[in-house]
Design a protein around this ligand. Structure first.
Ligand code: AMP
Length: 238
């Protein structure tokens, strides 16, 4: 955390005001894991469009019924539905000190919406974007091995980070589940969507500045530290 020297000469910790952060990266790059770490560190909410859609599916809402088949195929939900859902979520009062957009924007149309709606206004910090880079083979192993606990949300990986007892959560003892779209076949479709529609979003923010890239193949702690450092630098608070 950055430090300043006060008038009395004492070292004071200057608290970082994170503001809105876009976490970019392919499926399995660790956006959700990192968003949770940052949420705990900074006390700002994680807004994951994938999680919001899954909650709608579980809750049996009209939106959930509309998006279920699209998600199962590994395709992207229409920009209009996603943008409206995010707009709605951003009306909640918990976003004052900032928030982490995880999995949004994923198309240039969504990015244009972000640039229009979240542009810097009075008292609003501009968005900063951090791209988490991971190689294709590592993404494939992370996605096909991913299992999670429906009770506490802990994420395991049967190849990389298995639970102590095969198929059960270490903390809750309850059966682990696999996301319906975490099969190899759907992963390939999600990657094609990523390359065609989301990779240009990364280039869009790279060209705009207020952009950083971190190596997502390091440990969770190392990646978190790199993201924190990048955000501090982009906010001019390093
Ligand atoms: P995620 O949990 O981020 O991997 O998202 C799971 C699925 O939700 C994606 O494969 C899409 O079908 C849908 N989805 C999530 N975020 C978006 C978005 N920003 N735009 C379009 N579809 C999305």
């Amino acid at each position: 955390m950055p430090e300043t020297i006060s008038q009395t000469g004492a070292r004071e910790e200057r608290k970082l005001v994170p503001g809105p952060i876009l976490l970019l990266g392919a499926p399995g790059s660790g956006k959700g894991t990192q968003a949770k770490e940052l949420m705990a560190l900074w006390g700002i909410p994680q807004i994951s469009t994938g999680d919001l859609f899954r909650a709608n599916i579980e809750g049996g809402t009209e939106l959930g019924r509309k998006v279920q088949a699209v998600m199962d195929r590994g395709e992207l939900v229409s920009d209009e539905l996603v943008n409206d859902m995010v707009e709605d979520r951003l009306k909640r009062p918990d976003i004052g000190a900032g928030y982490i957009l995880d999995g949004f924007p994923r198309t240039l149309v969504q990015a244009a919406w972000v640039d229009g709606h979240l542009a810097s206004g009075t008292g609003t910090l501009p968005v900063v974007a951090v791209n988490i880079k991971v190689s294709y083979n590592q993404l494939l192993r992370r996605i096909t091995g991913r299992r999670s606990c429906t009770v506490c949300g802990t994420i395991y990986n049967i190849y990389l980070q298995p639970p102590k007892v095969d198929g059960f959560c270490d903390l809750e003892g309850t059966p682990l589940v696999r996301r319906r779209d975490d099969t190899e076949e759907v992963f390939e479709k999600r990657m094609r969507e990523y390359d065609a529609l989301t990779a240009p979003v990364v280039e869009h923010y790279r060209a705009q500045g207020r952009f950083a890239e971190v190596d997502g193949e390091e440990t969770v702690e190392v990646v978190t530290a790199a993201v924190v450092q990048a955000v501090a630098r982009l906010r001019g608070q390093e």
